[in-house]
Write a protein that binds this ligand. Structure first.
Ligand SMILES: *Cc1c(COP(=O)(O)O)cnc(C)c1O
Length: 754
């Protein structure tokens, strides 16, 4: 075994003692070095056109297990460690989780890199090397506290390069320094790269909280992901970050073209650029500008750009569709202003429709509009979302550019989200259908034939029990909370947002609490688990966290309720938490207001791991429902059509729902003396007031049906055989949601890399 000899050598050189005598940190660093060496030996795939995936975030998670799997030595390394008294899981505890992203959009980018590499397609990521992430979340006094989330160590995954590019801002020029992370492909002998640009002299972490001098671009440009944009300095910093990323990325593309001896006149035959949401949109004018510098005419430059670039839309939420005042771009990158004005002039000359302008009458630049006009593909991320884009949000564009619009339903990598995080389930599947599904997730379908096999069904239940016990241990270890693995684990983990409706889940918790106080006991104890970060400036989201934490404290201290109902909130929800929570989940909460969750990918991970979805007909839940059939998912709530209509004619009035019999009692509990005694009355009152009078994401519209369906689900859980069939079908039908499938479709329909 070649790798084993090399590992022994590394350990001997570094520590001068045998593996079994090393500390966990030493073992981790030796394996890190081995993994880096093996990845470095792999060439990039070379099939013709090359993809550059531009994204503000890459939520890659810890890399050790993932890379060992891709290098084909996961099992051998696990066995070797065990022979020497270690487990791979405890070694991986040593690894800091990279804070290069936060929610689903960043995790999608990470799954896509994994799948591109596994399919042997040439596709590199382009992003920023954030030092302190979004923030590290602490839960204190029933509130979220934010601290820097540093992750970069002397010896880590970042590979230094000698590549730098000058990025010219209005006020100064900064050098963008390129760092790489290797992305070895499973099932191949090749590796791609994630290119992360950084400033030359990054600032040290702020010492208390996440406040820093947002005007100090030279040192703080790459400090934090999504710096607070509630003031102008913060908004400008976001534009500085975006321009820094795309300018360096565009220069990298041209440098690589030069090295291959390809003329920039032929750029679009050799380069595909995917713009992940609007954050990298300035790559369009920036690449155009660089091509003009190389001597292309405006016509030729725009032609090359528009035939190289493609855009992915991730949201219809108005507040999330980026628009920048031209005055910001004037300050950050004045050289782009004439180009964007020319792009706008050309677009207006063909499409005078005011709903389609790039620059509006207030001199504000609509990034998504620029993307649609100047790329050859605009895709949505789930069937329903793409339909909504075409028929409502982006209808004027879809009407004239119907050939550009297409759907690519999101996916997740089953290597991380099933093979690595749930090895027992993975090996049960092997026992039933062989291991081919590990290369081709569509094979999981064959697992469905075991739905009447009592041995397999009871193995499904045993594995779930085991995973729940493991999670219970982790919760005890990390947060000192004891949960009952016999209880039902009902989990909602995702960014905190009103549209995702954690507040509706909290209302259910209140209802259950009140029922138990009135002697109406559930058949079996329920453990409701939350995990969520709120954006630091998102006040209402923080109020919702406060409500959840106050409810937790109330229930924990009530001996009458605690045996039946528990609330847990994991601190600093991230990929590592997800890998422990998802395999242990019974009920997957996917309860966004219909039409608002573009796809969701958490829903797919839970499904693959045999959780049953409780969800609205939103995003990819719709496709999950089609795949598993009505017996194997619990859906509720107003349809997206109805919701869209209610917004259009302003016909939703929360008071009507608030005044229903128990709804009022439950909502009013938020400001009851009992709860107010535990919390911050101002916050609770603000949340209560908003829910009664605005409730923009219509929690009260759906809360009654949600409660009824959730109760039905809890009682169905008691038929353990029937339930295990639902689990099995969910796993068996999840193969469609492999990001290998998604990437194959992007390649076939958009990128044409081979
Ligand atoms: C998958 C994932 C998400 C996305 O979850 P959604 O429920 O789709 O919003 C967010 N954060 C982490 C850590 C994830 O792994």
């Amino acid at each position: 075994m070649e790798f084993q000899a090399r590992l022994n050598e590394i350990i001997k050189e570094r520590y001068r003692k045998p593996l079994a005598k090393c500390t966990k940190a030493q073992v981790y660093h030796a394996l890190l070095q081995l993994t880096q060496e093996l990845s470095a030996q792999r060439p990039a795939p070379d099939t013709g056109r090359k993809l550059y995936y531009f994204s503000a975030e890459f939520l890659i998670g810890k890399l050790l297990s993932n890379n060992l799997l891709a290098l084909g030595i996961f099992d051998q390394v696990s066995a070797l460690l065990e022979k020497n008294g270690f487990t791979l899981a405890e070694i991986e505890e040593q690894e800091p989780e990279p804070s290069l992203g936060n929610g689903g959009l960043g995790r999608l980018a990470a799954c896509f890199l994994d799948s591109l590499a596994a399919l042997g397609l040439p596709g590199d990521g382009v992003g920023l090397n954030y030092h302190y992430g979004l923030f590290h979340q602490y839960l204190r006094n029933n509130k979220q506290e934010e601290q820097p989330d540093p992750w970069i160590e002397e010896q880590g995954w970042l590979i230094p390069t000698d590549v730098t590019f000058p990025v010219q801002f209005g006020s100064q020029t900064l050098n963008a320094v390129m760092w790489d992370i290797a992305v070895p492909g499973a099932n191949t002998q090749t590796a791609n790269r994630l290119h992360l640009f950084d400033v030359e002299k990054p600032a040290a972490a702020p010492t208390d909280g996440i406040d820093f001098d947002k005007g100090d671009i030279a040192h703080h440009l790459t400090s934090f992901l999504y710096p607070d944009d509630s003031d102008e300095a913060g908004r400008l910093l976001r534009v500085y970050q975006q321009y820094f990323m795309v300018s360096a990325g565009a220069q990298l593309i041209l440098k690589e073209l030069d090295e291959k001896g390809i003329s920039p006149w032929n750029l679009c035959d050799h380069v595909a650029i995917q713009i992940n949401d609007t954050h990298p949109s300035m790559v369009l004018p920036e690449l155009t500008r660089l091509l003009l510098e190389r001597g292309l005419s405006m016509n030729d430059a725009l032609h090359q750009v528009a035939h190289a670039c493609a855009y992915t839309n991730h949201t219809i939420l108005a507040e999330a569709l980026e628009k920048w005042p031209m005055s910001y771009i004037e300050r950050v990158a004045p050289q782009l202003v004439p180009i964007i004005r020319e792009m706008d002039r050309r677009a207006k000359s063909v499409f005078p429709d005011p709903r389609m302008v790039i620059i509006d009458h207030k001199d504000v630049v609509h990034m998504a509009h620029m993307d649609i006009h100047y790329t050859y593909s605009t895709n949505g991320v789930a069937a329903l979302h793409t339909e909504i884009l075409k028929t409502s949000e982006l209808k004027p564009f879809a009407d004239v550019y119907s050939y550009k619009f297409n759907n690519k339903t999101n996916g997740v990598t089953f290597r991380r989200w099933l093979e690595v995080c749930n090895p027992r389930l993975a090996s049960l599947i092997d026992d039933c259908i062989g291991s081919e599904w590990r290369r081709d997730a569509s094979q999981l379908e064959n697992f469905a034939t075991f739905v009447r096999d009592p041995k397999v069904l009871s193995a499904m239940l045993d594995i779930k029990d085991y995973n729940k016990q493991q999670l219970a241990k982790v919760l005890k270890q990390r947060q000192n909370v004891e949960v009952d693995p016999q209880s039902i684990f009902d989990i909602q983990v995702k960014r905190l947002h009103e549209y995702k409706r954690q507040q509706m889940n909290a209302l259910y918790v209140i209802k259950k609490y009140l029922d138990i106080k009135n002697g109406i006991l559930p058949t079996r104890p329920i453990t409701v688990i939350f995990g969520a970060k709120a954006a630091p400036a998102y006040v209402m989201a923080k109020h919702i966290i406060h409500l959840i934490l106050c409810l937790r404290q109330l229930i924990e201290s009530d001996p009458q309720v605690r045996p039946w109902l528990r609330v847990v909130m994991v601190e600093n929800y991230n990929v590592s938490w997800a890998e422990k929570l998802i395999p242990a989940c019974d009920i997957s909460e996917q309860i966004s207001l219909a039409s608002k969750e573009a796809s969701g990918t958490g829903n797919m991970k839970f499904m693959a791991n045999g959780a049953v979805t409780l969800g609205t007909m939103d995003g990819a839940n719709v496709e999950i429902a089609q795949l598993v059939g009505r017996d194997n998912i619990y859906t509720f709530g107003a349809s997206s059509d109805r919701v869209i209509q209610m917004y259009a004619n302003h016909s939703y009035h929360p008071q009507e729902f608030y005044n229903r019999p128990w709804v009022k009692e439950v909502v009013d509990f938020i400001v009851s003396p009992t709860l107010v005694a535990l919390g911050d009355e101002t916050c609770l009152r603000a949340l209560w007031n908003d829910m009664k009078t605005k409730d923009w994401f219509m929690a009260l519209l759906d809360v009654e049906e949600y409660t009824a369906v959730r109760n039905r689900l809890l009682s169905d859980y008691e038929d353990r055989t029937e339930w295990s069939k639902k689990m099995l079908i969910n796993t068996a039908k999840s193969g469609f949601f492999s990001s290998d499938r998604t990437i194959a479709q992007y390649n076939h329909d958009i990128w044409h890399l081979d």
